[in-house]
Design a binder for this molecule. Structure first.
Ligand code: AHM
Ligand code: MG
Length: 345
């Protein structure tokens, strides 16, 4: 009896090498007319900053357990809070990149204007969901990149106050059980997972599409008493039983936008941080949180609104402006909007 060809000739063992983040960005840019490599370099610098932050996030609990006290560690160095550390890493790496004329962050009162001619504006929330740090919960980094209209003039604050539809690239890093980097440069949304043994991001989730409709909703229900009537009725609607429309919806809320949005992006459903009596303009920031996430959701076929209007159309008036944010599957976001407008669902 002859043996199967497979067992007789197994062939050389192929190493499992996938597409790296660098290769992915480079291949997208090669198709862009007039590309100079600066954009690719900028994304690579962001990836470096995220790997540095990731490394510190992974040690945070250990550092605490080993008795670092107050603001000083055993070497006599100042121990920064993780969110300040993340901010400083991003600022430092992006300044060194030489590509950003304006760097704005949730952690800094004013933006940093750099000296050199530069093509881009970077905005970020260096460590989102920071209330989860102490309990080893999932946290993340969110960023948005805008192209400057003029590259050789002195940068101004007004240049940063642009609506989200002008975003050239946005993404987030999620420091969860694995570290993932989700990115859109305007050609769909792609997810990369860090191989910590070699410090490289590999493409693990190509072309992410947000399902048209989901089965879960994500909102801080503790704020119910502060919500508008429309928001209260919406939540009651999702909790009511109706087999035909897949209700009741399951409830999922981590309290970290990156974690809640990531799940919603992959599995569908809805995330909402609506306006309420305590936060009439919402809690989340337009430039650092809402715009990048809205860009990603639209690129993935999902939707993002402030309750009624498209987030990416909002003209920000201030750097740290807040907005209500509702994002997710198109059908689920439309249902929220109808409740806000008092329409029949
Ligand atoms: P942060 O950027 O200071 O961490 O705050 C933003 C966070 C979001 O990650 C999350 O969606 C929201 O605040 C949770 O707020 P709450 O605790 O009020 O539910
Ligand atoms: Mg945040």
């Amino acid at each position: 009896m002859s043996e199967s060809p497979v067992s007789m000739h197994p062939g050389p063992i192929q190493p499992l090498v996938g597409t790296t983040l660098r290769e992915h960005v480079l291949s997208g840019m090669q198709a862009a007319p007039g590309a100079t490599g600066e954009f690719t370099s900028l994304i690579n610098h962001l990836s470096l900053a995220i790997r540095i932050i990731n490394s510190r996030v992974r040690q945070a609990g250990l550092a605490g357990m080993l008795g670092y006290t107050g603001n000083t560690n055993v070497q006599g160095e100042a121990v920064q809070k993780l969110d300040i550390y993340a901010n400083d890493v991003l600022l430092n790496v992006l300044e060194r990149s030489g590509h950003c004329g304006i760097i704005a962050s949730e952690e800094m009162d004013d933006p940093v204007f750099t000296q050199h001619p530069s093509k881009y504006i970077a905005m970020f929330d260096p460590l989102d969901g920071s209330s989860n740090i102490d309990t080893n919960g999932t946290i993340g980094t969110i960023f948005g990149i805008i192209r400057r209209k003029v590259t050789d003039s002195k940068p101004t604050l007004e240049e940063a106050l642009r609506p989200g539809y002008e975003i050239a690239a946005a993404g987030y890093a999620l420091y969860g059980p694995a570290t993932q980097f989700v990115l859109s440069t305007g050609q769909g949304v792609h997810g990369f997972t860090l191989d910590p043994s070699i410090g490289e991001f590999f493409l693990s989730h190509p072309n992410i599409r947000c399902p048209q409709k989901g089965t879960t909703y994500s909102v801080n229900g503790g704020n119910r008493a502060l919500w508008s009537e429309g928001t209260r009725k919406w939540a009651e609607f999702l909790k009511a039983s109706d087999k035909a429309s897949g209700r009741p919806y399951g409830s999922r809320y981590i309290g970290s936008l990156v974690a809640d949005a990531h799940r919603t992006l992959l599995k569908g459903g809805i995330f909402a941080y609506p306006a309420d009596e305590k936060s009439p303009k919402g809690k989340l920031r337009i430039l650092y949180e809402a715009n990048p996430m809205a860009f990603l959701f639209e690129q993935a076929g999902g939707m993002a609104i402030d309750g009624v209007n498209r987030i990416l159309d909002v003209q920000p008036k201030e750097l740290h402006e807040r907005t209500p944010l509702v994002l997710g599957s198109v059908e689920d976001v439309m249902t929220f909007k109808r409740f806000q407008l008092g329409q029949q669902v």
